[in-house]
Design a protein. Structure first.
Length: 290
């Protein structure tokens, strides 16, 4: 027998679920608990931000180390595009162990021989002797002094290097430092001295020397004045502009190789533009000196 609903049955204010069980409200969060939760959230956000900053700093440090060590570089040219490359060596690198050095992945080497009118690189004579037994073409380079007479500098260079038959076309580097730039002679005077150097070397060797220069020196002294000389252009962060007619391109000053005395010394590395067959034409033969 079904019971009639009792209209007098008390009503309850507690909500009941579909199974008849009371639904319990979650206890209201106390002010102290809300404050503690906010503090925890701020702490976590600050911690994550600091961890991100530390991670970025560590990545930058690692990148800087790789960059300084020469393991990476901004614009290292591809081997297939420029198969001939090699360093410039001087007394900072010390003696070259040619039997091993020439077996490295390099196809040329220039030795800094002289500077100004009297200085001769301390390692040049010993490295010059070893170069005769090298498997790679070797050339000699003079560091040009913008304050000294060009002919006297050429005589110093030619005297130190001697017979260059079988060597690469000689090179002269004009990359004045800050002090020289601040107290530089007149541009025309520097150009005249450099022309005297070029003509004196050409008269002796039969070839016009390669001019190695920074971008600043190129714009100031070389551009439009020495188009008869091959250009060795320094551009450490990008390939030289299309309007620059370069033959050699120095793309880094941080390369580290092996098989030389002070192998912690970083080297200036360059590539040749036109391929191996054309590169061989830079080797001085007996007919060039006649």
């Amino acid at each position: 027998m079904r019971r009639r609903p009792d209209n007098n049955q008390p009503e309850y204010s507690i909500p009941i679920d579909e199974d008849g069980y009371p639904i319990e409200d979650e206890p209201e969060e106390l002010p102290d608990q809300r404050q503690e939760r906010k503090k925890t959230g701020r702490f976590v956000r600050k911690l994550l931000l600091r961890l991100c900053i530390i991670g970025i700093v560590l990545l930058l440090i690692e990148f800087a180390i790789l960059l300084y060590s020469g393991q990476i570089w901004f614009n290292e040219p591809k081997k297939k595009d420029y198969p001939v490359r090699g360093p410039v060596m001087d007394n900072k690198g010390g003696e070259i162990y040619w039997s091993k050095f020439s077996k490295l992945n390099i196809q040329m080497c220039y030795l800094r021989a002289t500077k100004s009118t009297s200085y001769v690189d301390e390692s040049f004579e010993k490295n010059k002797e070893g170069a005769f037994h090298s498997l790679i073409p070797v050339g000699a380079l003079h560091v040009f002094d913008i304050k000294a007479e060009g002919k006297a500098q050429a005589e110093n260079f030619l005297s130190a290097v001697g017979d260059m038959e079988g060597w690469l076309t000689p090179a002269v580097e004009i990359s004045p430092g800050l002090f020289d730039r601040l107290f530089a002679p007149d541009v025309n005077k520097v150009g005249t001295n450099l022309r005297d150097f070029v003509n004196t070397v050409k008269e002796k060797t039969g070839v016009c020397p390669v001019i190695k220069c920074s971008s600043g020196a190129y714009d100031k002294y070389i551009k439009g004045e020495f188009s008869d000389c091959p250009l060795w252009y320094e551009s450490l962060f990008s390939e030289p502009d299309d309007n620059i007619d370069w033959t050699f391109w120095e793309y880094t000053s941080r390369t580290r190789l092996s098989s030389y005395e002070h192998d912690s010394h970083r080297l200036h590395m360059s590539v040749y533009r036109y391929g191996e067959d054309e590169f061989r034409k830079l080797i001085i033969s007996r007919k060039d000196t006649q």
